[in-house]
Design a protein around this ligand. Sequence first.
Ligand SMILES: Cc1cc2nc3c(=O)[nH]c(=O)nc-3n(C[C@H](O)[C@H](O)[C@H](O)COP(=O)(O)O)c2cc1C
Length: 220
Amino acid sequence: MKLRKFILLTATLLLATACSGKPANNQQASTTAKNKTAKKALVVFFSHAGENYSVGNIATGNTKVVANYISDIIGADQFEITTNKYDGMDYKSLCDLAKKEQEQGLMPDFKGEVYQPATKKKVSLTESIHQYDVIFIGGPVWWGTYPQVMFSFFKKHAGQFKDKTIIPFTTHEGSGLGSCVSDVKKAFPDCKVTGEFCIAGHDVRKGRATVEKWLNGLTY
Ligand SMILES: Cc1cc2nc3c(=O)[nH]c(=O)nc-3n(C[C@H](O)[C@H](O)[C@H](O)COP(=O)(O)O)c2cc1C
């Protein structure tokens, strides 16, 4: 009799757990965006650490904060476009240089590799690009669009992105997306460009929920 009661109780408990919809390991539902899609995503971004408008001298650039949220929330890998060209520059000098680069259509050199947080491995973009269905492209707005160094990246790699979905985002201090979306469409004519997002640079450090809301609303 006791055994029958025990089996009945265990079965009832199992059924209740299965129907509750709660993950067995009690993980929070903040992974909604991650669970929503099995598609593999890469975040390509540029971000400038150092002296910047409104936020002072920052060790981690505003766009990088957003890129890290994206990786954390949906499990995306990262490609950070880097250059040492702007290291240690004060804000005013950087503005002057960025304007000159844009006006003259200069294409600064860059470096970067794909970083896969899950394995902590770095791999080349050329070798790994086939894995990704969705590419987030993000950067600061510099004089109304992305910094020229990002266009150097676009020029070098656009041909490898054929048929991918691109989701552009920016951090800014008033220009929103500027002309970034149309510039990305021009640079990647063989891609679907959709789902764009922008956030003020001075808001990113308390903006994780805003980023998560955007990600949850995306269909790709
Ligand atoms: C050279 C330069 C030019 C900028 N031009 C603009 C601009 O045209 N419009 C705007 O809204 N913000 C502009 N900003 C502000 C940045 O877009 C903003 O601070 C951004 O969050 C910086 O991101 P990061 O820290 O990832 O580089 C500019 C900043 C710099 C350094």
